[in-house]
Design a binder for this molecule. Structure first.
Ligand code: DON
Length: 586
C-alpha cells in the first residue's frame, strides 16, 4: 500500500505573522521538517523490552518473542491480549495507530488502523429537531460505532512485518479469552462508570456484569465468543472478521439495535500505511504520528516553538508558562486545520516548520499569559481524558520497535456487544465534529476538516512516538483523550533533559488546549509558589479530579548499553526487560 503524503498548501494568512520582539532568550531554530532517509542502526540493543497497560498483555508479547517472533509479532500478541484483558480500553471493535521501525533497513511507517465512519453516517443523524447535537447517540449503542480497524491492522502487521503466522501470535489472547482473567480494580471501576449503557446491551451485560452490577475485583471474566472471533481471525486473516459468520453477526447485531453498518462498510475497510512525521528538537530526532492523528503535528509544533527558549535555564514558573503557551497555540491549530488526510487537504508541512513556530511564538509574552481570545478564533474545546484507550511500546533484540496506541474511545466504547461476537464496539464517531462550532468528544473538534462523513476517519489525539538522540532511543505513548499530546510533549522535554524512564512516566502533568483558557494540572503537579507566579502572569489554574494518563516507555541507552522500561504508576501495567532472547535479523 502506498504511503500517503501530507498535503502542502500555501501558508494561511493567520500564520504569516512577523517574528515578534519577545525572543530575548536563547533562540535556536533547531526544529525543521525533513525527510529522514531510511537508515539501519549499526548496533542492536542488549535486551528486548515490552511495556503495556496490563501484565497479561506484556506476558503475551514476551511469549511471542520467546517463540521466535519479532517486535511486530509481539505487537499483534499484545494488541489482541489487551482486547481481552482491557475490554473497556481497546479491542477488535476499535482502532489504533502502530508506529513501526524495522531495523534491518531502517523502514519506518505508521499502520493507520483508525476506524472509519460507516457510509450512511451524516451529521443529520446526530442532530435533534431543535438543532442540538444528540451526544448520547455518539456515545452509547451501535449508532456511535465506526467500522473497526484493529482486526485488519493485526492481519496487516503479521503478513507484512511479522515472522510468525497470525494464528501463533493470536494464541495467547485466544487462551486468555477462553480460560478467563481476574477483573482488576480499574476494570471494575470502568464497568461501574458505564453500568447503565452496558445494561442496555444484553451481550455486553452477560460478559461484564454479575447480578446486573459490576463484578468484584478478582472475578474471572471468560469470553468464549471473543475467543471464537479471534480464532476466525487467526484462521482466515482479515476475512475472518470483515466477511463470513463474524461479519454477519456484527451486522445483524448492529442493525437490530438501530445501527447503520452495511456489508460493504466491513468489506471495504482498509488499513493505510502512512509516512510518519519527523522533526528535530535540540538535536533529538522525533518520529511521530501523522494525520488522521493530530498528535505528531501538535507535538512537533510545540517542540518547534519551545526550541526557541533555553527551558532548562529558566525558573519553573516561566518554563510552565512557555510550555502552556506553546500548547495553547498548537491545540488552536489542531481545531482549525486537522482531519482525515484522505478527505481534506491540510498544511501539514507548514504547521510543523520552523517559520510557523516563529510566527506563532511572536505572540508569546514572557511577562503575561496570552488570552486565547486574543488569538484567531476557532470553535470552543474542553479538556477530557479517561482510563480507557491503551498504549504499549516494544523493542526487540534486533532493534525493531513498535509504539502503538489503541482505542475504542470512551470506557467500553459504545458499551455495545453484537450478540455472538464478544466484540465491544467503539464510539469513535464522537471524535468527529457534527456541527462546526459545537463541543465534541474530549472537546477537540472545531472545524469542518473533521466533520463527520461516510468512509472518513475521525481525527485522533493518539500520539505513538519515537524520540532518538545520538545515544538514546525512547519508544513512548499514552492514553488520555485530548491530553495525550501534551503528555507526550512533557515526556519528550523530560527525556531531552536526561531523565530516566521511571521518572518520566511518573512525573506530574499539566495541560493547556487553547479553550477552555486554563492550565489543568494533576493534583500536586504544580507547587503552590509556582502556581502563584503563574496566576500572577494571568493564567487560570485548575487541578484535575484525579491523576491522568497511563504512559508506557522503553528507553535504550546506547552509550551505557542499557535498556529500561517503565509503566505508568497510575495504571496497573507491566514493563519488562528481557535480556536473554537471542538476536536474529528478520
Ligand atoms: O483517538 C482519540 O483521540 C480518542 N478516541 C482517544 C480517547 C482516549 O484516549 C480516552 N482516554 N483515555
Amino acid at each position: 500500500m502506498p504511503a500517503s503524503r501530507p498535503g502542502r498548501l500555501p501558508a494561511p494568512a493567520a500564520l504569516r505573522l512577523p517574528p515578534g520582539p519577545y525572543l530575548t532568550l536563547c533562540c535556536i531554530l533547531a526544529m525543521q521538517l525533513f525527510t529522514v532517509p531510511a537508515i539501519a542502526t549499526a548496533e542492536t540493543p542488549p535486551a528486548a523490552a515490552i511495556a503495556s497497560a496490563h501484565p497479561l498483555a506484556t506476558a503475551a508479547g514476551i511469549e511471542i518473542l520467546n517463540a521466535g517472533g519479532n517486535a511486530f509479532d509481539a505487537a499483534v500478541a499484545v494488541s489482541a491480549a489487551l482486547a481481552v484483558v482491557e475490554p473497556g480500553s481497546s479491542g477488535l471493535g476499535g482502532g489504533g495507530f502502530w508506529l513501526l521501525h524495522r531495523d534491518s533497513d531502517g523502514h519506518q511507517i505508521m499502520i493507520d488502523g483508525r476506524e472509519r465512519a460507516p457510509q450512511a453516517a451524516t451529521p443529520a443523524l446526530f442532530i435533534g429537531p431543535d438543532g442540538t447535537v444528540l451526544r448520547e447517540r455518539l456515545m452509547d449503542g451501535p449508532l456511535a460505532a465506526a467500522i473497526p480497524g484493529v482486526p485488519a491492522a493485526l492481519d496487516h502487521l503479521a503478513r507484512h512485518y511479522g515472522r510468525l503466522p497470525l494464528s501463533r501470535s493470536l494464541a495467547p489472547a485466544i487462551r486468555l479469552a477462553r480460560d478467563g482473567f481476574a477483573a482488576d480494580d480499574k476494570l471494575t471501576a470502568m464497568i461501574r462508570f458505564r453500568l447503565d449503557a452496558l445494561r442496555r446491551s444484553p451481550a455486553a451485560a452477560a460478559l461484564f456484569l454479575v447480578n446486573d452490577g459490576p463484578p468484584a475485583p478478582g472475578h474471572i471474566i471468560r469470553q468464549h465468543d471473543l475467543a471464537d472471533t479471534l480464532q476466525q481471525l487467526a484462521q482466515h486473516g482479515r476475512d475472518g472478521f470483515y466477511r463470513g459468520p463474524v461479519a454477519r453477526r456484527l451486522l445483524d447485531g448492529v442493525r437490530a439495535a438501530g445501527g447503520i453498518w452495511q456489508d460493504s462498510d466491513l468489506q471495504h475497510y482498509q488499513v493505510v500505511e502512512r509516512a510518519p512525521l519527523h522533526g528535530v528538537y535540540r538535536g533529538i530526532k522525533i518520529t511521530a504520528a501523522p494525520p488522521p492523528s493530530s498528535g505528531g503535528i501538535g507535538l512537533l509544533t510545540m517542540l518547534n516553538i519551545l526550541s526557541r527558549y533555553d527551558l532548562d535555564r529558566l525558573p519553573e514558573a516561566t518554563r510552565i508558562h512557555l510550555i502552556s503557551e506553546a500548547m495553547r497555540r498548537a491545540y488552536r491549530d489542531r481545531a482549525q486545520y486537522l482531519g482525515d488526510p484522505d478527505f481534506v487537504a491540510m498544511p501539514v508541512e507548514r504547521l510543523i516548520d520552523a517559520d510557523h513556530a516563529a510566527a506563532v511564538a511572536a505572540s508569546i509574552h514572557l511577562d503575561r499569559a496570552t488570552r486565547s481570545t486574543e488569538l484567531p478564533e476557532v470553535a470552543p474545546t474542553t479538556a477530557g481524558d479517561g482510563p480507557d484507550t491503551s498504549h504499549f511500546s516494544i523493542l526487540d533484540r534486533d532493534g525493531n520497535r513498535v509504539a502503538a496506541t489503541l482505542s475504542i474511545n470512551y470506557p467500553f466504547g459504545a458499551a455495545f456487544v453484537a450478540p455472538g461476537t464478544g466484540v465491544v464496539l467503539n464510539d469513535e464517531l464522537d471524535d468527529f465534529v457534527i456541527q462546526p462550532g459545537t463541543r465534541i468528544g474530549y472537546g477537540l473538534g472545531g472545524g469542518a476538516a473533521n466533520l463527520i462523513q461516510g468512509g472518513k476517519r475521525p481525527l485522533s489525539s493518539m500520539t505513538p512516538t519515537f524520540v532518538e538522540s545520538d545515544h538514546q532511543l525512547a519508544i513512548l505513548g499514552t492514553p488520555g483523550g485530548s491530553r495525550i499530546i501534551s503528555m507526550v510533549v512533557l515526556a519528550t522535554l523530560q527525556l531531552a533533559a536526561g531523565q530516566q524512564a521511571a521518572a518520566v512516566v511518573a512525573a506530574g502533568r499539566y495541560h493547556h488546549q487553547f479553550l477552555p483558557d486554563v492550565i489543568s494540572h494533576e493534583p500536586g503537579a504544580i507547587a503552590p509558589g509556582v502556581a502563584a507566579t503563574l496566576q500572577g502572569l494571568g493564567h487560570q489554574l485548575e487541578a484535575t479530579s484525579r491523576p491522568y494518563g497511563n504512559m508506557q516507555l522503553i528507553l535504550w541507552d546506547r552509550r551505557q548499553r542499557r535498556v529500561e522500561a517503565a509503566s505508568d504508576p497510575r495504571g496497573i501495567g507491566a514493563a519488562t526487560v528481557i535480556p536473554a532472547i537471542a538476536a536474529t535479523k528478520p
